[in-house]
Design a protein around this ligand. Structure first.
Ligand code: NAP
Length: 261
């Protein structure tokens, strides 16, 4: 008798994070999974992927819903960055209208610990506005999309760390751009802050280990951090790590043979 043939699980992995890279590596090991990694296309040389990659927006929640139906996607894993609220809310709406299960991987936010000097802000604009008027050396880890907003306080000398090199806008002609990809190490960030005589740190509460070095460095040097909080994302099922997402996929979506039972 012929064995029952299973169609591979069609999985769409919304990525752009370390968690998505890890998940892509694990998913590639399962022969019963046909996973596609989706990237926005913001970075010039994304981390290599062992699964097929599609790049660029879907055209809002409706475009994503159409994609899910057209491609007969069985499950969506949203492993985008905690600050990528638009795509995450689109995924909630699209999965609901296309009736596709959605799991989100969201690393827990960093918590303030003793000796941290944090001021928390709802938006990037608020964090920048909270810098003093007196000129200072400021380290910005707010990301590429926030660089133009630093122009609201052009008197400061910004040291800006981004993944891909970028020209600073004309009003920030004295800014120093550091092109680097994490994970970062606290000792290196302490040396960097000392070398540039940093007085303030601008950061997003991204969570996770890869970008925590600057937070530890600021604490150890007793530098104030203006920390942008995460925007609220709609209701969805969330796990805190790639490992737990993988366990959920295996438990709920893989045939018994793949699970080894
Ligand atoms: P966003 O504001 O939430 O999304 C803006 C638009 O970009 C979305 O509506 C969507 O376009 C498109 N998009 C975003 N992520 C996508 C993906 N994985 N695949 C296909 N299209 C995507 O996102 P963002 O903050 O600009 O972040 C863009 C990407 O960079 C994300 O994938 C995120 O994981 C990564 N990232 C973001 C940050 C951050 O601080 N925001 C940090 C590190 C990495 P359509 O509406 O046309 O579908």
């Amino acid at each position: 008798m012929d064995a029952i043939k299973h169609r591979p699980l069609k999985l769409l992995l919304l990525g752009g994070t370390t968690e998505a890279t890890l998940l892509a590596q694990r998913l590639a090991e399962f022969r019963d999974v046909a996973a596609t990694l989706s990237l926005a296309g913001r970075t010039r040389s994304p981390a290599p992927s062992p699964i097929p990659v599609r790049t660029g927006g879907f055209g809002g929640a409706d475009g994503l819903a159409d994609y899910l139906v057209r491609d007969a996607v069985d499950v969506v894993i949203d492993a985008t960055h905690p600050f990528a609220a638009q795509i995450s809310n689109n995924a909630i709406a699209a999965c609901s209208s296309a009736n596709v299960p959605l799991l989100a991987v969201e690393r827990p936010a960093w918590r303030r610990v003793t000796d941290d000097i944090w001021t928390e802000h709802a938006t990037v604009e608020d964090a920048i506005a909270a810098l003093p008027d007196r000129p200072a050396n400021v380290f910005s880890a707010l990301g590429r999309s926030s660089i133009s907003r630093l122009g609201a306080k052009p008197q400061h000398r910004y040291i800006i760390r981004v993944v891909d090199p970028i020209e600073p806008p004309p009003e920030l002609a004295h800014a120093v751009i550091i092109s680097a990809r994490g994970p970062f190490v606290a000792e290196d960030d302490i040396a960097l802050f000392r070398a540039h005589e940093i007085a303030y740190v601008l950061a997003k509460n991204s969570g996770g280990g890869a970008a925590y070095a600057k937070i530890e460095a600021a604490r150890r040097l007793q530098l104030p951090v203006h920390m942008v909080q995460r925007a609220a994302i709609g209701e969805r099922f969330v796990v805190p790590s790639a490992e737990e997402a993988m366990a959920w996929i295996v438990r709920h979506h893989l045939p018994r043979a793949e699970r080894g039972v």
